[in-house]
Write a protein that binds this ligand. Structure first.
Ligand SMILES: [Zn+2]
Length: 347
């Protein structure tokens, strides 16, 4: 009666990873109890989730093929689109959230379109080439070998291009993906890419396609985090080069997080999210104070994996820590919690 914070299943959203094939139920190595599911299995799981009183699932996709324009994200027969239609049909009443990002569908694993840029210093490379010209005047075998090594080193340096994320071209694909998901039956569009201006771009595209009532839950404050490790295995979405620090947020910055959320709200976000949850409870609390929209927090894969691993070693009490972790997120101010414990955590 005097408890200030309550955990009820209606606050939870259960994340699901859908893959191609049939009868597939493949456990994610670093996330015991979490599976890659083919559409038929996803339907079964969605039915169970719904029966437990959990109102919503968020769908992530593992496509068969990846490419440089993330075709699998926005194709009519994309894996999430297929799963959405099936769950919509078989489990009416379950609220379907669609994660919108490109990393799971890009061959390079980044959240946007990637453009190679020139090496940092062409001038330095030119000087290296001049110095390596010894290769042609070398006489002895040893001289030749040494010169050849230098030459290879220079060539390698020249071949090493840097890259950058092309923000605005990425927005087009994100908008296209959102419309495709809404068409398939997704109720809530949840962009997680962290490109600038994406909420506005998605809102515009949804409205133009007639989905004026489809809300956007924006991953407004998504921090670059080591806690995403196991997810990248679950969704097979690790970047093949570089990292995501150029578009995800710096974990040291609370005020910047408020600015990011504010920008998303101004662009038309209907709900906002902080991710990860436990290392950023202060951000959740600050966001709760400052914004009046529904506030979600994502208890991410690493948070789940830590609890599971320690519990398996007998170092902590699983149930107790699970509930404590979720209560803390709720107490910090999140009204919606995305968690792999959605089907377990029931008082
Ligand atoms: Zn991404």
């Amino acid at each position: 009666m005097v408890s200030e914070t309550r955990l009820t299943p209606d606050a939870f959203v259960y994340p699901m990873f859908v893959c191609t094939g049939e009868g597939v139920r493949k456990e994610v190595r670093s996330m015991p109890g979490v599976f890659n599911l083919s559409v038929d299995q996803a339907v079964i799981e969605a039915r169970e989730v719904h029966a437990l009183g959990v109102p919503s699932v968020i769908l992530f996709g593992l496509p068969d093929k990846k490419d440089e324009v993330a075709t699998g994200a926005w194709a009519d027969d994309g894996i999430v689109q297929q799963a959405t239609r099936a769950i919509r049909r078989e489990v009416p009443g379950l609220v379907l959230m669609g994660d919108v990002c490109l990393c799971e569908y890009m061959s390079h694993g980044h959240c946007g379109i990637v453009k190679p840029t020139l090496p940092r210093s062409l001038g330095a490379a030119a000087i290296d080439v001049r110095d390596a010209k010894g290769v042609v005047v070398a006489r002895t075998k040893k001289e030749k070998e040494k010169a050849m090594d230098e030459f290879v080193a220079v060539a390698t340096r020249l071949a090493e291009t840097n890259y950058e994320i092309v923000n605005d071209a990425s927005l087009e694909l994100l908008a296209k993906t959102s419309v495709s998901l809404a068409k398939a039956g997704i109720d809530i569009i949840a962009p997680s890419d962290m490109m600038d201006g994406r909420v506005a771009a998605i809102r515009r595209a949804l409205d133009e396609a007639g989905f004026i009532n489809t809300p956007i839950l924006s991953y407004a404050a998504k921090f670059a985090s080591g806690f995403y490790g196991p997810f990248r295995e679950a969704a097979d979405s690790a970047p093949q080069f570089g990292d995501r620090r150029s578009y995800q947020m710096d974990g040291a910055n609370l005020r910047e997080a408020m600015r990011e959320i504010e920008a998303d709200v101004e662009e038309g976000a209907d709900m906002i999210m902080v991710k990860p949850a436990m290392p950023y409870l202060d951000v959740i609390a600050a966001a709760r104070e400052r914004f009046d929209l529904p506030l979600a927090a994502y208890q991410v894969s690493g948070e789940y994996a830590m609890i599971e691993a320690a519990a398996r070693n007998g170092w902590i009490e699983r149930e107790r820590v699970m509930m404590e972790s979720l209560v803390s997120i709720r107490r910090a101010g999140a009204s919606i919690i995305l968690t792999y414990y959605a089907t377990n955590a029931h008082e």
